[in-house]
Design a protein around this ligand. Structure first.
Ligand code: ZN
Length: 355
């Protein structure tokens, strides 16, 4: 071994830097060019706002077991649609592990979620529309008590829109329905998903359809079916006001590529990985158009990690009306978010062919 030349040292340092910038980037270099191109496009779109989304969605998964096709074949007759992913009932986690304080975010939007899972309360002239209901064990502490802390009345939650039928978003729905008569709004596909689960589920109320207007008092939300994360994932367009100025939010209803880890709930002979990736890609592309037409300048998620809520929510407490709103990222950044989601899904799809 001879001493490293300056050039080699620079190369070694830059290789180390690459290592440190994340596994996704490193893996991309080892991946087929078509995969690497999509990862690079996602990386470029992630910009200053959406690093976390990029890292989570674009990282190459540990190779899915070759068992996938075997297990899919064996479950052919059962052919479950994506399950409600309810892990066997176990004691709920301690409150200190998940509790988050409620936050007023816009004139008419309040954060009443947990540290990781979001619930958004939209206030109108005739009551509240809630978007997502958290878990059954946290809905009271976060949504009910949270609204009271903010001076709002939980009994005025007229509608709860469920982004998709997984426990972290739909678990609190039955409580709200039973306690306040809240009307639960879910897509037909995800009503089925909920009804297949063994948990105590809400009675079927409102079926969300594509392009549906959900109006309460002076406020109308638009719902869009964006299958991918589940068959009936719902994304929502929400009109907002910040000190009287109008903004528009898009909430992307389901983010992670769950089928890569939760094979049993998703993969059947009719619905291989390709099926889920393709739907996700179409939905992300379509919602980017919706966002552009709606002039959406705010991006909301139902997980705090994806939309930057972990850093944005604390910023709101000291903010004055003159300071920029941390959630108002502009139209391009909103579309960039959906580009990251779509390009990472395209990378995932391309990885299938490369296997
Ligand atoms: Zn989910």
């Amino acid at each position: 071994m001879h001493a490293l030349s300056a050039k080699a040292r620079v190369a070694a340092l830059s290789a180390l830097a690459t290592l440190l910038t994340g596994a996704a980037v490193l893996r991309a270099e080892q991946e087929p060019p078509v995969v690497a191109r999509h990862v690079a496009a996602a990386k470029a779109a992630s910009g200053a706002h959406w690093q976390e989304l990029f890292t989570r969605l674009c990282a190459a998964p540990s190779p899915p077991a070759a068992a996938s096709s075997a297990s899919a074949a064996s479950s052919a007759s059962a052919a479950p649609s994506a399950s409600a992913a309810s892990p066997a009932a176990k004691a709920p986690p301690e409150r200190s592990k998940w509790y988050a304080e409620p936050v007023k975010v816009f004139d008419n939007l309040y954060y009443v979620g947990m540290t990781e899972y979001s619930a958004w309360a939209v206030t109108t002239s005739a009551g509240i529309i809630l978007v997502d209901t958290l878990y059954d064990y946290s809905v009271e502490a976060e949504v009910v008590e949270g609204l009271r802390k903010l001076g709002l009345d939980p009994a005025s939650i007229k509608y709860a829109v469920i982004s998709h039928g997984h426990r972290d978003h739909a678990g609190g729905a039955k409580y709200l329905q039973d306690t306040f008569g809240t009307k639960i709004v879910v897509s037909a596909e995800d009503w089925e998903l909920l009804e297949q689960s063994k948990d105590d589920e809400p009675r079927r109320d409102v079926v969300a359809t594509d392009g549906m207007k959900l109006t309460l008092g002076d406020t109308t939300l638009r719902l869009y079916l964006t299958p991918g994360h589940t068959l009936g994932t719902v994304s929502v367009v929400i009109p907002l006001k910040d000190h009287g100025r109008s903004h528009t939010a898009i909430m992307w209803g389901g983010t992670a590529f769950n089928w890569l880890n939760n094979r049993e709930g998703y993969i059947t002979p009719d619905r291989p990985d390709r099926f889920w990736f393709q739907h996700y890609i179409q939905s992300a592309a379509r919602l980017a158009n919706v966002a552009a037409k709606a002039r959406a300048d705010v991006l909301l998620s139902n997980h705090t990690i994806f939309d930057g809520s972990k850093t944005k929510l604390p910023l709101l407490s000291n903010r004055t009306a003159q300071q920029p709103h941390p959630y108002v990222v502009g139209g391009k950044a909103v579309r960039d978010y959906l580009t990251v989601a779509r390009e990472c899904a395209q990378a995932g799809l391309a990885r299938l062919s490369a296997r």
